[in-house]
Design a protein around this ligand. Structure first.
Ligand code: NA7
Length: 561
């Protein structure tokens, strides 16, 4: 099987050689995805600082570089899931579909890299293996896999939230004689499924997209499902020129509306409570949101579905009913219908013709909740009930979300404290962007920020702006270091955990809770107060001169109001 992250020929420059070893960068950026690209543009072109970005990949794109599996697609409308920082960019780019597929999003990010001439300051094929804070020098010493190193005053990490695939946990996987693919590290050349016996493990958002696409090509497709999901229609189609021109004419207001919405999309039809209306009214609302697609059912139907079990039951029942309508065999439909956990407490997948796939003769659903996968053999997959032979095996088994990408950087803060030690019992951050004992480090869309529950490009822009504003604030005052004070951090962690506890999320095993990785602390990784509340809190912190932070050893107290 391929290494979890491959090395390919570089298309960028070799900065560790070009940049003198004894010089100190103003800012080092981790990653060249949505976050890294914007951060690089902002720091270099708008602030005029010395900066370099590093990425393991051979080119730009981040998530959209790695996740090339068939069917990979964005779940937020592309006119909203895109950068807002440049009006020229948002005016000139034309999306061909409502919800762009991976190749188009990757083309967009390549266009951004070219348009802003970013590649010359990105070093590709480069894995960061250590980041050690020097209290004496007040900078980070960053080490690379090849033994090179570089120093930087500030780190902006755009390492991503879903960028470290879960390590395959099946005994015997290396013995399999056929082709094995990890969805999060998909080959760059097309995989031919025609006439082949294909097995796929995982029915999360990724598996559901991949299954829908691969079922069209494979000779046979066997789906190993442990937990059925509440997948709902995405409502994709060709981009509507009329809608695009209306959005482009009103982009500032639309972006503002997005930023003032819980999920960062300009939806505005959410009703207060699923329990405050009649069954017929509720049904009409659910039908309407189902037909309109996207995350409308999830986030634009009723406000209490994530906090009230009875309200959630109404929508969970509705989705189960819709699944049964679409699958011919009632036994298969029953297996596909989620039970025992609440809709939305796992990340809701969006789909196109997913359930209809199970009406095809070439597709088989295997319940590995009842009969778990025992091992991978030379020829296929062995469960406690039987053996299945394959030419191709696909693992859509998820990611070590949110904390995994940061833990992989080998971060050592003040007094030799590692991030692993600091987060042994779950992430501890202030505002989800900074960590006490780890000065001058900004985590773009870090744990305990809205991150994956906020339209990612906008969440990224907000966080990069927060980080760069803080850097500018320090520079203007000749200050060297910023980090949160421990009390503010502890209060933020408590606040984030209390918000989560008030929802239905902790009751479900999901990657939101860290529950998909054996041994990972079960803590909610996402701030659940919503983007608007979060943005207001951050704005107040900045307004107060970085309240709750320590600047060069001096704490900024909370303003008395
Ligand atoms: P997810 O949502 O974590 O889904 C992973 C799937 O793989 C899920 O169905 C898991 O079942 C299944 N899985 C994982 N390990 C096993 C084993 N050992 N046996 C059987 N099944 C297993 O990851 P995705 O990549 O789909 O989505 C991640 C995010 O990327 C997505 O939410 C979007 O934000 C983009 P389980 O549910 O754990 O029973």
């Amino acid at each position: 099987m391929a290494d979890s992250r491959e090395n390919q020929t570089t298309s960028g420059s070799s900065m560790t050689e070009a940049f003198p070893g004894d010089a100190v960068l103003d800012v080092l950026i981790v990653g060249a995805g949505f976050a890294g690209l914007y951060a690089l543009h902002k720091v270099r072109d708008q602030m005029g600082l010395t900066v370099r970005a590093f990425d393991i990949a051979s080119d730009v794109g981040g998530t959209w570089y790695w996740n090339r599996y068939p069917g990979a697609r964005c779940d937020i409308e592309s006119i909203h899931y895109s950068y807002s920082f440049s009006d020229e960019l948002q005016q000139e780019w034309e999306w061909s579909e409502k919800f762009a597929a991976q190749p188009e999003i990757l083309r967009y990010l390549n266009h951004v890299a070219d348009r802003f001439d970013l590649r010359r300051d990105i070093q590709f094929n480069t894995r960061i293996t250590s980041m050690v804070w020097s209290e004496q020098q007040k900078h980070w010493q960053v080490g690379f896999e090849d033994g090179a190193s570089i120093s930087a005053r500030f780190i902006i990490s755009g390492a991503g939230n879903l960028s470290v695939p879960k390590t395959p946990e099946f005994q015997g996987i290396d013995d399999f004689q056929g082709e094995v693919y990890l969805t999060g590290n998909w080959p760059h050349t097309p995989v031919d499924f025609a006439g082949k016996r294909v097995g796929i493990v995982g029915t999360g958002s990724t598996g559901i997209q991949a299954i829908s696409a691969i079922a069209k090509e494979a000779g046979s497709l066997t789906v190993f499902q442990r937990t059925p999901n509440y997948a709902t229609p995405i409502g994709n189609g060709p981009a509507d020129p009329q809608e695009i021109s209306e959005v482009k004419a009103n982009y500032p207001a639309i972006r503002e509306a997005s930023r003032n919405h819980f999920l960062g999309v300009p939806y505005s039809d959410v009703q207060p409570s699923a329990l405050a209306v009649t069954a017929d009214e509720r049904r009409a609302t659910f039908d309407n949101r189902w037909d309109r697609g996207g995350f409308r059912l999830f986030i634009d139907s009723y406000q209490d579905i994530l906090v009230n079990k009875d309200a959630n039951d109404t929508i969970s029942d509705y989705i189960r009913e819709r699944i049964h309508e679409r699958v011919n065999d009632p036994a298969v439909a029953e297996l596909l219908a989620p039970k025992g956990y609440a809709y939305g407490t796992k990340r809701p997948p969006l789909e196109t013709n997913y359930y209809e796939v199970y009406n095809q003769d070439n597709v088989t659903l295997v319940d590995v909740r009842r009969a778990p996968i025992d091992s991978v053999t030379r020829t296929g997959v062995k469960t406690s009930e039987g053996e299945y032979e394959f030419d191709v095996l696909i693992l859509a088994t998820g990611f070590d979300a949110m904390t995994g990408p940061l833990m992989a950087l080998g971060i050592v803060g003040r007094n030799g404290r590692t991030l692993q030690e600091k987060w042994a019992h779950g992430p501890q951050t202030y505002l989800g962007i900074s960590v006490s004992e780890f000065p001058n480090l900004f985590l773009i869309t870090g744990p305990q920020s809205p991150s994956v529950l906020y339209n990612m490009p906008l969440a990224i822009e907000d966080h990069v702006d927060f980080a760069t504003d803080a850097i500018q604030y320090l520079r203007d005052r000749n200050l060297d270091a910023i980090e949160p004070d421990e009390t503010s951090e502890a209060q933020w962690v408590q606040h984030a955990n209390e918000l989560a506890a008030a929802t239905l999320l902790p009751g479900t095993d999901s990657w939101y809770m860290g529950a998909n990785i054996p041994g990972k602390p079960r803590k909610c990784l996402v701030y659940l107060g919503g983007a608007p509340t979060y943005r207001k809190i951050c704005a107040d912190v900045v307004e107060g001169g970085y309240e709750g932070f320590v600047l060069d050893g001096a704490k900024v107290p909370a303003t008395a109001n």
